[in-house]
Design a protein around this ligand. Sequence first.
Ligand code: NAI
Length: 259
Amino acid sequence: MESLLTDRVAVVTGGASGIGREIATTFATHGASVVIADIQAAPREDGTPTHEVIERETSAEAVFVECDVTNRGDLEAAADAAENLGGLDVMVNNAGIVGPVAPIQDVDWAAYEQLRSINLDGVFTSCQVATERMIEAGNGGSIINMSSVAGLVGYANITPYNLAKGGIRLLTYGLAAELGAHDIRVNAIHPGIIETEMTRTDFPVVGGEDEADTLEGIPLARFGRPEDVANVATFLASDLAAYVTAESIVVDGGQVRTA
Ligand code: NAI
């Protein structure tokens, strides 16, 4: 049966866990072949590796490539894997970490550089690798960059994360201007608080002591689920979004645009 992503090949960085895992499995459900590009195959939240879930539960192909997004060679290897599956159509730059949580004067430079190299430089390099392949193939494409509500508004004590996520937003707009002529669409997703290990463990909002107060500020009165983001990514990857580029889609239950 023809599905939204039939015959498409996608790379999802950070696809072993959380939001990336859900994007990869949802893409596969819609017919895409998927390359999971992550530093580890095992999901942070435990369970079967994403590529094995896809192979078990769908008819789509899935492979895991050990890939640190700070390493250009690893990103090239992920793109090679996509070419082995038919050619790179969709690049989801999702891998990211919270990084240092502290007032700016207490931010350790090495921790800042690590955050920036993964969350911002990694996305930049991945866009370079993906666009080179997509332009050469001449079939257009869709690049989806995972920003955050922290790429739209400022939050105290996570300024390095703000900086990287805001940078992703403008990288997205600039690239969209550059690549439209090649029919390559570039969009950003800005999730609010989504229930993953990131928000359960690294930056514990979910289950944290301020949970009730935080939920009061969310019109839809719940935290997001990975599928809330994956469904938007699926739309952006598909032809339903054929005329959508340079767009920032907020997936936060209404949190940042209401008071
Ligand atoms: P997660 O921590 O559950 O999963 C992140 C995945 O990225 C893991 O599989 C990890 O192994 C991988 N990863 C980490 N460093 C990597 C590297 N150097 N190279 C390749 N893979 C690497 O995180 P979650 O929540 O799924 O976040 C995914 C993206 O969504 C991140 O960019 C995050 O900043 C963003 N985001 C998450 C929100 C949330 O509330 N969970 C809110 C807004 C944005």
